[in-house]
Design a protein around this ligand. Structure first.
Ligand SMILES: Cc1cc2nc3c(=O)[nH]c(=O)nc-3n(C[C@H](O)[C@H](O)[C@H](O)COP(=O)(O)OP(=O)(O)OC[C@H]3O[C@@H](n4cnc5c(N)ncnc54)[C@H](O)[C@@H]3O)c2cc1C
Length: 295
């Protein structure tokens, strides 16, 4: 058997594993979204843009609810994934959870885990997370190939971009980041102050444009009215050949894909599918676009 090299040892240590954490801080972001800051008594090893998973079975308060849903659904509830909004140089691992809702007649089941994490997980709560993994990360040779990173995000799809941007600015990487962030209203913007602060500290490396779909961006610095369009991408991407895009937000769910297949139809594209198509139209190829979607 080959001797382990430093690289294989590092990979080995990076393998997904369980970690007991404690909630060190809770920060309400919007009415339905909360950030949980986790501390542990061992170092966190991850890359910006990674996610962790949280198994709902570990919470005694959910025990009967989860058992009942498993009976109804006929399968075990799986761990839920949460992107990290933190960067590896920071003290805490941060997840930001948006509460899913139940709409009678529209959604078949109530959400399992997000209401608990978003509203009832106070400082001092101990829990087990598994991590860290994911492909929504900056390539290691990015500095040689790109001048600009474009983040095209909606709603809670902003979470991994905060980690990516903070990490890259901290490491003083040579490219610029531009964030195009779609929210319904000013009150739905997650991490508004974090982005203001990062722009203030790094004015020539980072810019944010807030696109509000349901109200005028009155008084909002960098605010635009409406959705993220092809024209906005063309305006902000200086050289498509030397750009890398990250797009994250609502995408076609596995349930929607299955329902469409059963009807013999194509599922209706949602935010991420639409943005990927626009990014290709403005000249980025498949390898230049990273995507992640949920719900
Ligand atoms: C890589 C990754 C990263 C993620 N990062 C984040 C993040 O940073 N922040 C965040 O808030 N979320 C994130 N998510 C989403 C997260 O994992 C959960 O899906 C989310 O919190 C909802 O979980 P829940 O248990 O509350 O709801 P669930 O119980 O999973 O229900 C969600 C919805 O699915 C519907 N549903 C359930 N079963 C069916 C069915 N059989 N048929 C049709 N519809 C059904 C429910 O009615 C409900 O509307 C991420 C997901 C992935 C894959």
């Amino acid at each position: 058997m080959a001797e382990p090299t430093p690289a294989t040892e590092k990979r080995e240590r990076r393998r997904v594993r369980e970690l007991e954490v404690v909630v060190a801080r809770v920060r309400r972001e919007t009415t339905d979204t909360t950030s949980l800051f986790f501390a542990a008594d061992q170092p966190f090893e991850y890359e910006a843009g990674h996610f962790c998973t949280i198994d709902p079975h570990q919470f005694p308060v959910l025990k009967h609810f989860v058992a009942h849903l498993e009976d109804l659904k006929g399968h075990q509830e799986k761990p839920r994934a949460y992107s990290l909004g933190s960067a590896p140089h920071e003290e805490h691992v941060v997840v930001t959870v948006k509460e899913e809702t139940y709409s009678s007649g529209e959604t078949p089941y109530p959400p399992v885990l997000s209401p608990l994490l978003a509203h009832h997980t106070p400082v001092g709560t101990r829990l087990v997370i598994s991590g860290f993994t994911g492909a929504y990360t900056l390539p290691h040779d990015a500095a040689e190939r790109i001048d600009q990173v474009v983040h095209v995000c909606a709603g809670s799809g902003i979470v991994p971009s905060l980690g990516l941007i903070k990490s890259s600015l901290h490491r003083n990487e040579p490219f610029r980041h531009i964030l195009l962030y779609s929210s319904k209203t000013r009150h739905d913007i997650i991490y508004y102050q974090d982005f203001e602060e990062l722009q203030r500290q790094h004015p020539d490396k980072f810019e944010v444009i807030h696109c509000l779909t349901r109200e005028e961006p009155a008084g909002l610095r960098g605010g635009r009215r409406g959705r993220i369009t092809k024209e906005l991408l063309q305006e902000t991407i200086a050289d498509p050949g030397r750009a890398l895009a990250f797009t994250c937000g609502p995408g076609i769910t596995p349930y929607e894909r299955k329902a469409a297949r059963e009807k013999g139809e194509e599922p209706t594209p949602r935010f991420v599918e639409h943005m990927v198509a626009l990014l290709h139209e403005v000249g980025l190829d498949r390898k230049q676009v990273k995507q992640e979607s949920w719900g």
